[in-house]
Ligand binder design. Structure first.
Ligand code: ADP
Length: 233
């Protein structure tokens, strides 16, 4: 019979194997794109300005995707090793959300009236967490995305509401797993778009460090609402 230690070792080995497999897979697409365009540029680049423009855009996008992947991986690696320091200070949540939304400069993002509210948090991490929800809402829908905030005793509720592709019941738990993407999301997004299935893992880590609860309401084809319950001070 397998001892507990052996079982844990083989579980950790399997996890590591899956991880290497996932990372290699995610790096392969942008690298193939870059390689393909460099080969084309080598042959036709000098005399085809259209191809040159297209190649530069695609190579830039692919490089950005790889950079985002590596940054998320480093973030999670530091988090796993307890080397991701947070500096919690009193933060005006309404102000932070207002500035966060402004930074998007997107007419698709609509925000409700923001009641004044203070939380004890690392502001930069909160923005990183909000970005994961907002980027997804914008990416998986085409209509406007709403951000709503309400306050009650001891907690603020922040909702990210989209009318996009939605999430099936069986996927709801899994979307916070590393590298998990639903089939619908995979088919909707082109290779140009930056999606590796790590955004929600990072967001969940930040939420846990701030005692923030996340719940998801969604119907395939109708849209999704991510609801964050944030303790206030
Ligand atoms: P990704 O970078 O692929 O968006 P995330 O970890 O942020 O990775 O999300 C994991 C998966 O959860 C997505 O690939 C998508 O399948 C699903 N998902 C997340 N947010 C939404 C949303 N607002 N609408 C539909 N699907 C979503």
């Amino acid at each position: 019979m397998q001892s507990e230690i052996e079982a844990a070792q083989s579980e950790s080995f399997l996890r590591q194997q899956r991880f290497v497999n996932d990372v290699s897979h995610e790096l392969r697409t942008p690298l193939t794109i870059i390689r393909g365009y460099v080969d084309l540029l080598e042959i036709y680049g000098a005399e085809d300005p259209e191809l040159f423009k297209e190649a530069v855009t695609s190579i830039k996008n692919s490089a950005q995707n790889m950079q985002n992947l590596v940054e998320s991986l480093l973030f999670l690696a530091r988090a796993d090793q307890g080397r991701q320091p947070l500096t919690k200070l009193p933060v005006d949540l309404d102000d932070l959300i207002k500035k966060f939304v402004e930074s998007y400069r997107s007419p698709r993002v609509k925000v409700s009236k923001l009641p004044p509210c203070k939380v004890l948090a690392d502001g930069e991490f909160l923005k990183k967490m909000f970005a994961a929800f907002l980027d997804n809402a914008l990416r998986y829908s085409t209509a406007a995305v709403k951000i709503e905030m309400t306050t009650a005793k001891g907690a603020a509720t922040v909702k990210f509401i989209d009318k996009g592709i939605g999430i099936a019941k069986e996927d709801k738990e899994k979307i916070f797993d590393r590298f998990y993407r639903t089939d619908k999301a995979r088919t909707k997004l082109s290779d140009k778009e930056n999606s590796v299935g790590l955004g929600l893992s990072v967001a969940k880590w930040i939420a846990d460090r701030h005692d923030i609860k996340i719940s998801v309401k969604s119907k395939p084809g109708e849209g999704s609402t991510f609801i964050l319950t944030i303790p206030t001070i």
